[in-house]
Design a protein around this ligand. Structure first.
Ligand SMILES: [Zn+2]
Length: 592
């Protein structure tokens, strides 16, 4: 007798032998028990998940001498004929190789004859999505008027390619990928029956490599046994798969966390020289870092990774060397490399480049990496602040933080304003105003001297006007402000000046001046009290400022008095003439 592959030898013979697919099995068994057999079934799912095996068991269950039964005996003539593939009533068609209309026409002719041995004629059409359009239509006609005692089982890995008119005539079952546990159990059972001793780590590796497909899992086991005889270890499996072993993967993790590019490149060259499969190597790294990510996010007790506990602990230790952002970045680079490797003419070079990117993040100029590095910097700054801050410096630190926030906010608003976005939310200002007033009541504001010049204020003014124009609620205010201009900043007060004839504008602007103050705060990042004055009122204002100054702190009073002297000097006819001739401006006024 020739060599029978393990996969064929250990094809499940009963529903109970089937790994996984509990729902499918339960539903089919119930159909058999209640004798409610449909004319057509559609089995969908990835390869190696048991579609064809289930179809054959179902065929036996229908035709068994003791049937229809959920437990075919596998002993009677009918069962044995089906098991050996010689039954005349169970017809297997591989649509991938028989996709022409002739085969389906042939099928339509033969389908009319009643079953010769058993009760049912069962057509199993594998990879049904491969049929041509004409063949599909011919099949559809058969399904529309199914003869008695004929059951069609259509299997496909790509159900979306099956005509919806066919799908609607079938009872559909979805086969899912098998879990590592299911795969391991079956592999272990086969090894026991075959008298093979295999280590748990080897079983694990096979199950993980098979990625949910039983056929692949058993094929790998078959190869491993052929390679190493009746004792299979993880090294054997690594060798036949061209995989690098776990130790090397662990080493790579260390290299990346230590940013040791040199060691990384050396290791890559060793792996390539050993003739390892580079595609497989990148896939293994992806799996490895995925495990690290899952452990990092979900902890050790999670069902997402099926590994022995001691290995999990080792992985947890490695995961602690990375932040979740690091792991995401690494996985992004690796999946990109995985894609590129398929078309790479220089796979070795691609792998070396990948290693450099992984081990030295500063060479990675992707946006994700830059954001990652910024976040890292922020963390460091925060840490330093809390470590080195002495108690009396706390306030300064806080202020600085506020200032940073303001700068960020200001930049954001400037950007927002300059771009032509029109979707500023109506209540945004209101909301921020609430926060503002809350803040104001919480901490009494320190009275500071002017921190921006009039030139700067004029620029901010324009931005502020644009901002007001964007919001329906503030658009009216902006219209009233069109006629005025910023005049002077003294302390935290901004004086804006209206033409004499614009009483209407000024009065209405004053009613909503708080909206302007809020907008200015948003744009400049500093609070200003806004006072509206008429042209020609400047002199009165000066008096008022002088009296206001009495209540101020010494520092701001000094600031203001210098400002006032500056104003007075500016007004001086001789100085004005000098300014006109030399085209200069007054920078500093000194008291004698
Ligand atoms: Zn039987």
């Amino acid at each position: 007798m020739g060599y029978l592959s393990l996969y064929r030898k250990w094809r499940p013979k009963t529903f109970d032998d089937l790994a996984g697919q509990k729902t499918v099995v339960k539903t089919l068994k119930n159909a058999l028990i209640n004798n409610r057999i449909a004319h057509a079934y559609l089995f969908c799912g990835p390869r190696g998940t048991g579609k064809t095996s289930t179809a054959k068991i179902f065929a036996k269950a229908l035709n068994c001498e003791h049937g229809p039964t959920p437990d075919p005996c596998n002993k009677c003539f009918s069962c044995q004929q089906i098991n050996s593939g010689r039954s005349v009533d169970v017809i297997e068609i591989d649509a991938a190789s028989n996709r022409r209309i002739d085969e389906i026409r042939d099928l339509r002719e033969k389908v009319k004859f009643s079953p010769s041995e058993g009760d049912y004629k069962v057509y199993i059409i594998d990879e049904v999505h491969m049929l041509t359009k004409e063949a599909f239509n011919a099949l559809l006609k058969t399904l529309e008027e199914p003869p008695e005692n004929v059951v069609f089982i259509l299997a496909t890995t790509e159900p979306h390619k099956v005509l919806s008119t066919i799908q609607s005539r079938c009872q559909r079952f979805d086969f899912s990928l098998l879990s590592i546990k299911d795969l391991k159990e079956r592999l272990k059972y086969i090894c026991e029956q075959e008298g093979i001793s295999i280590t748990d780590s080897a079983l694990n590796l096979i199950a993980r490599t098979a990625e949910g497909g039983m056929r692949d899992a058993i094929s790998i086991l078959d190869q491993a046994i052929a390679f190493s005889g009746d004792k299979v270890t993880i090294d054997d499996v690594n060798t036949i798969l061209g995989k690098v072993d776990q130790q090397i993967l662990a080493e790579i993790v260390n290299i990346i966390s230590n940013h040791d590019t040199k060691a990384g490149l050396k290791l890559i060259n060793e792996i390539v020289d050993q003739g390892k499969d580079m595609n497989q190597f990148v896939k293994d790294m992806i799996f490895y870092f995925r495990d690290l990510m899952l452990i990092k996010e979900c902890g050790l007790q999670n069902n997402l990774i099926d590994l022995p506990d001691e290995l999990k602990e080792e992985l947890a230790d490695q995961a602690s060397k990375f932040s979740i952002r690091d792991l995401l970045r690494i996985l992004e680079i690796l999946t990109e490399t995985d894609q590129k490797l398929k078309f790479a003419s220089q796979p070795r070079l691609l792998l070396e480049m990948t290693m450099i990117k992984l081990a030295s993040p500063e060479t990675d100029t992707s946006m994700a990496n830059i954001i990652n590095r910024l976040a890292r910097l922020e963390e460091i700054v925060e840490k330093r602040k809390s470590v080195f801050q002495k108690p009396e410096e706390v306030l300064t630190g806080k202020e600085r933080k506020e200032e940073d926030k303001a700068v960020v906010e200001r930049n954001r608003i400037e950007k927002e304003t300059e771009s032509q976005q029109k979707d500023v939310k109506e209540n945004q200002l209101d909301y921020e105003a609430q926060i503002e007033s809350k803040k104001r009541t919480e901490n009494t504001e320190v009275n500071e001297g002017p921190t921006i010049s009039m030139g700067e204020m004029e620029k901010y003014w324009e931005v502020t006007m644009n901002l007001l124009n964007k919001n329906a609620k503030t658009r009216k205010l902006r219209a009233f402000l069109l006629v005025c201009r910023p005049y002077k900043i003294i302390g935290n007060t901004l004086y804006i000046i209206f033409p004499r004839e614009s009483t209407f504008h000024k009065t209405n602007a004053e009613k909503e001046i708080d909206l302007l103050e809020r907008a200015l705060k948003k744009v400049i990042g500093q609070s200003f009290k806004v006072v509206c004055i008429f042209e020609g009122e400047e002199a009165i204002t000066k008096q008022k400022i002088k009296s206001d100054a009495q209540e101020m702190t010494p520092a701001s009073r000094a600031n203001q008095s210098i400002q006032l002297i500056k104003d007075e000097v500016e007004q001086d006819p001789i100085v004005q003439k000098a300014l006109k001739i030399f085209g200069g401006k007054i920078i500093k006024v000194e008291n004698e």
